[in-house]
Structures are given as C-alpha cells and as structure tokens.
Design a protein around this ligand. Structure first.
Ligand SMILES: NC(=O)c1ccc[n+]([C@@H]2O[C@H](COP(=O)([O-])OP(=O)(O)OC[C@H]3O[C@@H](n4cnc5c(N)ncnc54)[C@H](OP(=O)(O)O)[C@@H]3O)[C@@H](O)[C@H]2O)c1
Length: 382
C-alpha cells in the first residue's frame, strides 16, 4: 500500500480509503447489509494496508455505523482511523450535537472518533450549525479527546466552499466530490487547490462518480481508452488520475464486493504522484470531451431562467437528465429525479415561456422539460 500526506496531520493515510456507504446488501435493501461479505471485504482491506474507514449517520439507513461498530470491536479498532459525520440537516438546536454524537459513539462501539466531519455542508446547513456554535462544540470534543481531527464534507458551489474554509483556521481536512469528469463541479479542482494551499488535507469522495465511471463506457469512449496504448483499464485509470495529483490526500471508494476491493487496492499499490505522462493526461481530456459531447440539453447552469413562476428547478432537472444521457444510465437519473421535491419537478410546467425569454443559450426549455420528465419517469426506477 502507498501512504500519503493529509494536510498537517501527522499520520499518513493509505492512498485508498474504505467508504462504508455502498456495502453489499440483500435484495438491494439498503438496511439489510450482508455482514459476512462486508467483514471479508474489510478484513482484506485492512490486511492489505487500508487504514481509513469512512461511515456516516444516514448510510444504509443508519445500519452502516452499527455494522462497522460490530466489526471494529473484534480487534480492528486500533488498526484504522475511523471517520463518521454529524448529520447537520437533522440538527435544530445545540443539544442535538450531543445527542447524535453520543449515539454514534454507541453504535460504533468506540470511545473516540479519529476524523469527525460535518456532513454534506451547503450554504444553508453551514449557516445553521455555525450560528448554533458547532465549532465551539467540536473544539470541546477535541479537548476532551473524543474527536482527534475535524473536517467537513461538501456539496455546494465553490464560493461556499471558500467561505467555509476561510471561516475557521483549524480545519484538519475536507472531503469533496472530485474525479476526472467533475473538475469544475462543486468545490472542484479550484477547491482542491485552495484547501491544499491552506494546509487542509483533501479526501476525495465519489472518485468513480459513484460507479458511473466504473461501468463499461459507451463504445466511442471505450475506443479512446483502447487506442490510448495504456495498460490501465478505465477504472484503474480514473483512480490513477486522482493519485497523480499531490493535492489529493486520500481517495475514498465505496466498494460493494470483494473483487472491487482487491482491484482498487492493486491500483493503490502502484499509485504515485506524477505517475501519468502528459500523453496519458491528454487521453483523459479526450475522454472528458467525448462524454461532454453527449450532453443532450446545453444548459450551463447559469440559472438566468429562474425563478420559474411554477417553482420548477429547471437547471437541476436538466443536470439530472444530462447525467443520465451522458453515462447511459437513465434509470439511476430517474432515481435522483424522484428525490427532487414534487414542486420542483418538470411536470408542473404550464408553458408560460418566461424562462425561454431569459435563457442565454436559447434552449427550448418547455419542450426540453417535457422530454426530460417523460424519460426520467418512464425510464426511472423509483
Ligand atoms: N460526505 C458525503 O457527503 C459523501 C457523499 C458521497 C460519498 N461519501 C463517502 O465517500 C465514499 C466514496 O464515494 P462513492 O461510494 O461514491 O465512491 P465511488 O468509488 O465513486 O463509487 C463506488 C461504486 O463504484 C463502483 N466501483 C468501485 N470500485 C470498482 C471497481 N474496481 N470495479 C468496478 N466498479 C467499482 C461500485 O459500483 P457498483 O456498486 O454499481 O458495482 C461502487 O459501489 C462513500 O462510500 C462514502 O463513504 C461521502
């Protein structure tokens, strides 16, 4: 296993971390975790040098922390750095911090958390917990030896990321979605570099875009990989692209079977900073361009079309639809579409056309909304 540097922390994380959000389950029931398969994966990972394990309050409907706790008590607690997260969206008053944290210690059967994160911060949740004094609360837990290092995971636009970094000089690390397709998405490469410049370690989540970059790529993209002359397969390549960058502290993958654990550990073993040549990096550019060419609706997310009098979140609908088209996975996109509030979905459109007058890309928004809704609901799973 290769070990890397994570900001100013003294210990070194393994290049690959284990994300416990996609554990094997029975019949795709999120809360029915296959415990023996999970144990086998975790044992293999730890025996082969993985030293970072990431879970959170909501994973597997609350069961991830429990299953991890049961596993760790069998002599594994001291072999890994354990990360879990405060579910900030559930917090309404100061006493909730204690409530969630105490429950987490109980579920994880541990007396301390090595890496504690404020989970999935965005502008709204950050403001809420900041005003409730979350930083004072975290510092108290640190002083009492209950939390060893403090970070946050992030899902919002770059300016919010910068604001959160700037608001507190003592962040140890942050966790961002980053992969060769999501360079300008959320915190993105700018965020990676900004955190690194402040000596804040960066943990990458969704390195394979939650699995989208691991699926067999569409034929035009397979051709690019094949013709690249590289001996890396497309999954290995996506991971190496991350480890190639000195700013990346650790890559967290949510593996869902033992073969994936073995493959990703083998990738991590041979990883290093600046492993990829300029020619290799050009191939990623070509693959990215080929994926982006597949975009069906040329929405740039500028949001000039808003507010919609019907409250439709037009850019979100188009983003979900485009993602489904790009990665040839409309069923999964349909699932995300179902998570949008009913008030924000496309079927509320009354064809008033206000949005079309404002769209700088001249998108025929009314037709596009209708098409996206039809395909996302007819091809969607949930
Ligand atoms: N804090 C946050 O807000 C937040 C948000 C997201 C994730 N996370 C954390 O970050 C971790 C990593 O994110 P992620 O789970 O989205 O990681 P990811 O590595 O992008 O996606 C994991 C999925 O990729 C596929 N995969 C992984 N390795 C593979 C391999 N060698 N070959 C083929 N397919 C492979 C599997 O898909 P299939 O199951 O389809 O086979 C797996 O479920 C999570 O587990 C979680 O701990 C945190």
């Amino acid at each position: 296993m290769q070990y890397r540097k994570l900001g100013k922390l003294e210990w070194q994380p393994s290049a690959l971390g284990f994300g416990a959000m996609r554990l094997p389950t029975y019949d795709q029931d999120l809360d029915r975790i296959n415990i023996s398969a999970t144990r086998e994966m975790l044992e293999y990972a730890i025996e082969n040098g993985v030293n970072y394990l990431d879970t959170a309050w909501p994973y597997h409907k609350g069961k991830s922390e429990e299953v991890i706790g049961e596993f760790l008590k069998e002599g594994y607690r001291d072999k890994i750095k354990l990360a879990t997260k405060m579910p900030v969206w559930e917090v309404n008053e100061v006493k909730d911090f204690d409530h969630f944290f105490k429950e987490q210690l109980k579920k994880l059967q541990t007396e301390w958390i090595d890496c504690y994160l404020l989970h999935a911060l965005n502008q709204k949740t950050w403001k809420k917990v900041y005003d409730l004094g979350v930083l004072d609360w975290c510092e108290k837990q640190k002083r009492e030896g209950l939390i060893f290092s403090l970070g946050f995971s992030f899902h919002d636009q770059y300016p919010v990321f910068q604001q959160i970094i700037d608001a507190y000089g003592e962040w140890d690390f942050c966790q961002i979605q980053y992969n060769f397709m999501d360079i300008d998405y959320q915190a993105g490469k700018k965020g990676l570099q900004y955190a690194h410049a402040h000596d804040i370690g960066v943990i990458v989540m969704e390195p394979l875009r939650g699995g989208q970059l691991a699926k067999e790529p569409p034929s035009d993209i397979s051709e690019i990989w094949k013709n690249s002359g590289s001996d890396l397969n497309h999954v290995d390549a996506a991971l190496q692209w991350l480890w190639n960058q000195a700013e990346v502290g650790l890559v967290l993958s949510g593996m869902s079977n033992l073969d994936q654990v073995k493959d990703n550990i083998a990738s991590a073993d041979k990883s290093s900073i600046n492993l990829l040549s300029d020619a290799d990096l050009m191939v990623f550019e070509q693959v990215r361009e080929a994926y982006l060419k597949r975009i069906a609706i040329p929405c740039t997310g500028c949001r000039y079309c808003l507010p919609c009098p019907q409250n439709i979140d037009i850019p979100a609908v188009f983003d979900i639809y485009n993602t489904g088209i790009i990665y040839e996975d409309i069923p999964k996109a349909g699932l995300f579409y179902n998570w949008l509030k009913p008030d924000n979905r496309a079927d509320r459109c009354l064809a008033c056309g206000e949005c079309e007058e404002k769209c700088p890309q001249n998108i025929k928004i009314i037709d596009a909304l209708q098409k996206a809704h039809k395909e996302l609901t007819e091809g969607g799973k949930g």
